[in-house]
Design a protein around this ligand. Structure first.
Ligand SMILES: Cc1cc2nc3c(=O)[nH]c(=O)nc-3n(C[C@H](O)[C@H](O)[C@H](O)COP(=O)(O)O)c2cc1C
Length: 234
């Protein structure tokens, strides 16, 4: 990760930081893995709270933030919760399970039937933010979507009008699995309509990471010139 200059020159430095962190963010996104086996090691509250905080800052419809996070870290309770996860018992080794609840009724009050979809989207945004922050802190995580919702609700005393959206297993990874294959950008991207492709996708789509890296390098070089101008040092 690049360090940045501790000087203020208008918004010049600000631009550099943003560009360099765009590259870092893409690296973070690309290198995140779904962790299948966890080491039952203690995770500090500081790290857990940062992960929750990342979730809290997710976008939501009308900034409704209609979510609540339930932390399950007691081993007996984790075991009971795992009973509702269609035999995914290995997640009990994770330090904590974060149950992301969606206040669906709240969204429906504002958006009618569409509120259900928005609640799913809101909570998915929370979940992805949490996975990425966890990864940035060296933690492993696993998105769990396969569960018996009724059983989870009754175990945790979740009211009728609240839904269980995602459960995140959070802890230290025992093993980091190989990256599963992902479709190339040109396969998943259409231009201006369904199945509309461009003739030479590699010209436009090839390796966004290197385009961002080039931009970051250019800004870095320019910032160095400015610093040299101020300090007179190379
Ligand atoms: C909606 C959704 C539900 C998922 N449910 C589960 C699950 O119940 N158990 C599990 O082990 N992984 C689950 N996953 C994780 C996927 O299996 C995983 O993201 C996928 O295999 C790609 O691997 P990657 O995350 O390492 O890129 C889920 C992911 C999503 C987005």
């Amino acid at each position: 990760m690049e360090s940045y200059f501790k000087i203020e020159i208008g918004n010049y430095i600000y631009k550099k930081i943003i560009l360099s962190s765009m590259q870092d963010l893409l690296d973070l996104i690309i290198s995140r893995r779904t962790i299948t086996s966890f080491d039952p090691k203690f995770v500090s509250w500081e790290k857990i709270s940062r992960v929750l905080d990342a979730g809290r800052h997710a976008p939501s419809c009308g900034n409704l933030q209609n979510w609540k996070f339930i932390l399950v870290y007691d081993s007996g309770q984790k075991q009971k919760l795992a009973d509702a996860l269609h035999e995914q018992y290995e997640v009990t080794a994770a330090w904590t399970l974060v149950v992301i609840c969606g206040e669906t009724a709240k969204a429906e009050r504002y958006y009618g039937e569409r509120g259900k979809t928005y609640t799913i989207q809101n909570c998915a945004a929370v979940a992805e933010n949490m996975l990425l922050e966890a990864h940035s802190l060296g933690l492993g995580s696993r998105w769990i979507g396969a569960f018996d919702e009724g059983a989870v609700k009754s175990l945790l005393g979740v009211p009728e009008d609240v839904s269980i959206q995602v459960i995140i297993a959070l802890g230290y990874a025992k093993d980091i699995p190989e990256k599963p294959p992902k479709f190339p950008l040109e396969v998943v991207t259409y231009f201006g309509g369904w199945r509309r492709k461009i003739r030479d996708p590699s010209k436009y789509m090839n390796d966004i990471a290197s385009i961002l890296a080039r931009k970051a390098q250019a800004v870095h070089a320019a910032a160095q010139q400015v610093v040299q101008g101020i300090t007179g040092k190379k």
